[in-house]
Unconditional design. Structure first.
Length: 202
């Protein structure tokens, strides 16, 4: 099967699936955070970070595509780089479990990561069929994860919209009534000891 993939008989090594993989991998961390806080955060608040991540990921994909001339390989590397970049704190926490308390854990993680990336890169350059197969596999994984986050976010977003509409309607009802004006006087600083002694006698 892999030999047939390498010859392009089963899966065509086109640019669209790897570009889509990079796009999903770039927006997935931000959308995951939104899905877990959809009741409190509107989607527009995370739209800009997701857009910036998507542009960065796609730009990296096209640069790697121009270098390697292999869209599947470019998509794998770009999505991996964006995943490491957007989840760096979580990954460092995992590395910290291995080298806990060592100040050079970031350097350790960087060295091991670069080594593994170079080994994988050398293998995938010579095995184009594997890069196509892996890019399709991770595309399916990212698509399923995004779909699960959408399913999680929709009920919470609906609850937030309903709560907001109820709050607005209640506020409108209250505004219909004639209410007295209330003023809160808040001093931004205290008087000096001399002024207190002078005017208040203590």
């Amino acid at each position: 099967m892999i030999e047939e993939l390498e010859q392009g008989k089963i899966l065509k090594n086109s640019w669209f699936p790897p570009a889509l993989l990079t796009l999903l991998a770039s927006i997935l961390p931000s959308f995951y955070l939104y899905a877990n806080n959809a009741f409190e955060v509107p989607l527009k608040d995370v739209a800009l970070p997701m857009a910036i991540s998507a542009v960065m990921g796609l730009l990296l994909f096209w640069i790697l595509f121009a270098i390697f001339k292999n869209p599947a390989l470019a998509g794998l590397i770009a999505s991996l780089c964006m995943t490491l970049f957007l989840n760096f704190n979580f990954i460092v926490s995992l590395v910290d479990l291995v080298v806990k308390g060592v100040r050079v854990r970031v350097y350790y993680f960087t060295a091991v990561g670069i080594l593994l990336l170079l080994l994988a890169l050398l293998f995938l350059i010579h095995k184009k069929g594997w890069s196509v197969l892996l890019s399709r596999f991770f595309l399916i994984v990212c698509g399923v994860m995004l779909a699960l986050n959408v399913v999680t976010a929709v009920p919470q977003a609906s609850r937030r919209l309903n709560a907001t509409s109820f709050a607005v309607s209640d506020q409108a009802k209250k505004q219909d009534k004639t209410l007295p004006n209330l003023y809160y006087l808040i001093a931004d600083e205290y008087a000096s000891f001399q002024e207190i002694q002078k005017y208040y006698g203590y």
